[in-house]
Structure formats: structure tokens, C-alpha cells
Design a protein around this ligand. Structure first.
Ligand code: CP
Length: 333
């Protein structure tokens, strides 16, 4: 693989990966997925390897899919979340916990409130640290989403992909937005449109970085503040509710309802729902996506979420395949 050897790398941000490396991950994922359909699980690849998993906030898909990914490749995963380790109660520092984990495990998979805490782990661990979602990034969800796009459309070429903010009572992190911007902006002839209320425009440094990637690749990146305008002639509409990083971090203290614009004054934000009218503006072949968990009735209507254009379950399944691909590329024999 030469220059494309990913052995030992951290996965903290998709900005750290080149277009060729992202392509390698997605190609490997498709290859592994095809293997599974033939009953081939590659269970020698991670034999005797083990992952430490830490989730600072709830997770269904990420927790299950990383565990199955390790297991299908012949490895093991231990979920250390929920008060099992001393750093949870402040008896031991996060840094000491990370250094000890690195003596027992081969990879650390962490869902943390703050990207800075993840970076601290990566700086200290000496083994790969994988981002299972933070305030700033959700790389594996973006990889799974774009694998799903590639599968459904056949290629990324000439594709209009809309990621739209959607109303939700709670305060999810904006990680999927950042990671999607960094991935989409590497794809030639790919049109990425983020639709969001002005209050939820991503930080300028993230947009500048994505635009710099797009200038080099031939992708286009646009932010609009009108879901209907964005939906026109789209190939994919992906709904996702999020808040700014600091509000997400503060959410834990407010039962996930930090005082953000859409909680303080919900009415203007409730129109941000993907319904049949929005889907009708897209191409007739358009697909609906959501990384889940979805607030059905707020972010998306039940008709769209469970309708014929929805590909949410294929999207969820692809979490497993992209994570297997990355684990195999980072740790495999
Ligand atoms: N999409 C996603 O990350 O799901 P979980 O929060 O259930 O892991």
C-alpha cells in the first residue's frame, strides 16, 4: 500500500485523511461488506487484538457496531463506560487512565464530550485512538454515510448531497456536520449543501478548511439557510439536528436541553422538518438519510423516515463495515 499505509494512525478528524486515504477506507469497507455477504468474516485479521471502549454519553449504534466490528475480525472489545473506571469519578486522571489502558489494549475507541479530551488521549496513548463522536467530529458516521451514498448512486460523481439541520428538542453535537464537510469537500464533482438556520452556521474556521479542500478537489461546498432551496434537485437529503460545540458540552448540565436558540424560542425552528413536500423538491430518485437516533415528528415525518425513499437502515449497517475497514487498516496483520 506504500504511502497509503494507515497502520497505527489515530482517527480524530477526517481533515487528517487525504482523499486517497478516504477512498482506501471506503473501498476496503465495500470489500469487507461483500465478504460478509459471502459468509467470509476475515476473523484472523484482529486475532488477539482488543479495544477499550469508553462512552461519556449514550450510544446505541456506535457501541454495538464497534463491538461487532472487533468481534467479526477476530478481536475483542471491552466497554468501560458508566462508572467502571476511576477516571469517571475523578479518583484518577484521564491521562493516567489512558496510559494504563494503552498497556493492555491495542486501540481506544472513545465518545467524549470534548475533542480536546480525545486529543489528550491521542497524545498520551501511543496506540490508535478513534473518535466515536465528540463536540466537533463524528468521523465514522460520515464515512458510513458516504459509503451509503456511493453504494446507492454507484459513484460520487455529479451528486447533490444535502445535509440539513432539523428541529429536535435536545442538543446533539455538530460532529457529523464537520466530518461530512471534511469528507465531501475531497470528492471531485460533488455538490455538498448544508442547510441550517443562521444560528447553526458552523464555525468559520471549519468552513474555510472545507472550502480549501474543495478548491483542490473540484467539490463544491455551500451553506444556505433555507431547507426548500437546498432540497431542489438533491440526490440525497440527510437530516440532522445539532448545536454548537460549547452548547453541546453545556448540555450535559442541563439534561441535554442547554439554553440554545431552538429551545428558548422553538416556533421558528419547527419548520425545519423533512416531510413529503421537501422530498418532492428533490430528484424523484432521491434518498432520505438520518444517522439515528431520529426525533420522528420533529426532524422528519414518519412517512419519510419509514417511506420508500428512506435508506436509514443501510446507513446504520454501514457503520459496522466502515469501522471494520478502519480497524483492519490500522491494526490488521
Ligand atoms: N449515529 C450514532 O452515532 O448513533 P449512536 O448515538 O446510537 O451511537
Amino acid at each position: 500500500m506504500g504511502a497509503l499505509n494507515l497502520k497505527g494512525r489515530d482517527v480524530l478528524s477526517l481533515a487528517d485523511f487525504s482523499a486517497e486515504e478516504i477512498k482506501l477506507i471506503l473501498d476496503t469497507s465495500l470489500e469487507l461488506k461483500r465478504g460478509v455477504s459471502r459468509g467470509e468474516f476475515q476473523d484472523h485479521v484482529l486475532r488477539s487484538k482488543a479495544a477499550a471502549m469508553i462512552f461519556e454519553t449514550p450510544s446505541s449504534r456506535t457501541r454495538m457496531s464497534f463491538w461487532r466490528a472487533m468481534q467479526q475480525l477476530g478481536g475483542d472489545a471491552q466497554d468501560l463506560s458508566g462508572g467502571k473506571i476511576w477516571s469517571d469519578s475523578g479518583v484518577e486522571s484521564w491521562g493516567d487512565t489512558v496510559r494504563v489502558m494503552a498497556r493492555y489494549f491495542d486501540v481506544i475507541i472513545a465518545r467524549l464530550l470534548a475533542q480536546s479530551t480525545l486529543q489528550e488521549a491521542a497524545d498520551l496513548a501511543g496506540i490508535p485512538v478513534l473518535n466515536a463522536s465528540t463536540d466537533f467530529e463524528h468521523p465514522f458516521q460520515a464515512l458510513a454515510d458516504f459509503q451509503t451514498v456511493q453504494e446507492k448512486k454507484g459513484s460520487f460523481d455529479n451528486t447533490k448531497y444535502v445535509l440539513t439541520w432539523a428541529y429536535h428538542e435536545y442538543n446533539p453535537p455538530m460532529g457529523l456536520v464537520t466530518s461530512s464537510l471534511y469528507l465531501a469537500s475531497r470528492l471531485d464533482n460533488f455538490q455538498f449543501v448544508l442547510a441550517c438556520p443562521e444560528e447553526y452556521t458552523p464555525p468559520q474556521d471549519i468552513l474555510d478548511r472545507a472550502n480549501a479542500f474543495a478548491s483542490a478537489s473540484g467539490a463544491s461546498v455551500e451553506v444556505v439557510h433555507d431547507m426548500k432551496k437546498a432540497a431542489k434537485d438533491a440526490d440525497f437529503i440527510n437530516a440532522y439536528s445539532y448545536v454548537m460545540p460549547a452548547d453541546f458540552r453545556a448540555g450535559l448540565e442541563h439534561d441535554w436541553q442547554a439554553p440554545v436558540p431552538h429551545n428558548q424560542n422553538p416556533e421558528p425552528f419547527k419548520k425545519w422538518i423533512v416531510d413529503d413536500e421537501i422530498m418532492a423538491l428533490a430528484k424523484p430518485s432521491a434518498k432520505f438519510m438520518h444517522c439515528m437516533p431520529a426525533a420522528v415528528g420533529h426532524e422528519v415525518t414518519a412517512e419519510v423516515m419509514y417511506g420508500p425513499q428512506s435508506i436509514i437502515m443501510d446507513e446504520a449497517e454501514n457503520r459496522l463495515h466502515v469501522q471494520k475497514a478502519v480497524l483492519a487498516l490500522l491494526l490488521g496483520a
